[in-house]
Design a protein around this ligand. Structure first.
Ligand code: PYC
Length: 318
């Protein structure tokens, strides 16, 4: 095998968290060495990007699929390390994916209820598998980076929002939208694409010039049990069916910075499909440590087959 060859059979377990799919690779991933998980993500990106594409892109996956490659952790107190990826690239953290990962390890009888530490490229998170099967994730420190940034958006006009980190970079639009429904996904997706383009044109970034690759809109919830409804456009152009764990963390960071939520308050974030993540936070200096809880369901166990003469063995790439 050449140094960037990948295996012909990849074992995966699929789940969904609030409607958003996660595909955990449990066997057949490339050898990435024993460096920090962030270094291993870089190796995956530079040498094995075709593996990412084979796992999540069509014809074996779809634009909405998030992949999770299990890695031996550097810290032996961690249950696992993980690298999350999607149809176009790599994520820092992934909230719905962490819930899916814990549900998968539980399904495989590899973990029991209790607390499990997981190394991600952006820090170690803790996930508590609860007796009822739900998972409470304690995320990486999250914070608002910029408040009230206004950009001119094509075919729309000025849009004001906050830039915040929740394990990925988000632009959280301040206006409230009254049309956050599945019937409007096409228009919402188009608007978010144009907002993202406007941020890039205007040089609006996260810390250290990091690209803001997630756009989040908010509106009134449908459920009386929720505080807010969201629509999150992910980096590859798909929308998050869940309310997005890292996006909800970014939202909490903004609410905390505005004094609209205090430590221990519960925030129930409803997604565009009506699923809910229940979140709260504790303070950590100028940042917060958000926690959010949700449930994942296993949807399939599969072996992906990459036939050597299949022209799309490594996925259809744009
Ligand atoms: O739940 O954090 C999340 C997430 C990020 C992208 C898709 N889901």
């Amino acid at each position: 095998m050449s140094s960037n060859a990948i295996q012909e059979r990849i074992t995966v377990i699929d789940s969904h968290t609030g409607g958003e799919p996660t595909r955990v690779v449990i066997d057949g991933g490339p050898e990435l060495g024993r460096g920090a998980i962030s270094e291993r993500r870089q190796i995956l990106k530079e040498r094995f990007d075709h593996f990412r594409s084979a796992v999540v892109n069509e014809p074996r996956g779809s634009d909405v699929m998030v992949g999770a490659l299990l890695c031996e952790p550097c810290d032996s107190t961690c249950a696992t390390g993980v690298i999350f990826f999607n149809n176009t690239g790599y994520l820092g953290m992934c909230g719905h994916g962490t819930i899916g990962l814990i549900a998968t390890l539980s399904y495989l009888d590899e973990i029991v209820p209790g607390e499990h530490r997981i190394e991600t490229p952006v820090g170690t998170v803790t996930a508590r598998l609860q007796e009822d099967g739900s998972v409470l994730v304690r995320n990486v420190p999250s914070y608002r980076h910029r408040k009230d940034v206004t950009v001119e958006v094509a075919n729309h006009g000025p849009v004001t929002g906050d830039v915040a980190w929740g394990g990925n970079w988000f632009f959280l639009v301040c206006d409230s939208f009254d049309d956050l429904s599945l019937a409007n996904v096409e228009q919402l997706t188009g608007l978010c694409h144009r907002i993202r383009h406007a941020l890039s044109l205007n040089g609006v970034t996260g810390a250290d010039d990091a690209e803001i690759d997630h756009i989040e809109l908010f509106g009134a919830p449908r459920s009386a049990a929720a505080d807010s409804r969201n629509f999150v456009l992910c980096p590859g152009g798909a929308y998050d069916r869940s309310s997005c764990g890292t996006g909800t963390s970014a939202k909490l960071a903004c609410l905390a910075a505005d004094g609209r939520l205090v430590p221990g308050d519960v925030w129930r974030q409803e997604s565009i499909v009506g699923s809910i993540l229940e979140a709260s936070f504790v303070k950590d200096g100028d940042a917060i440590i958000p926690s959010f809880a949700g449930t994942a369901f296993i949807t399939s166990e599969a072996t992906l087959v990459l036939h050597p003469s299949d022209p799309f063995r490594t996925g259809i790439r744009s």
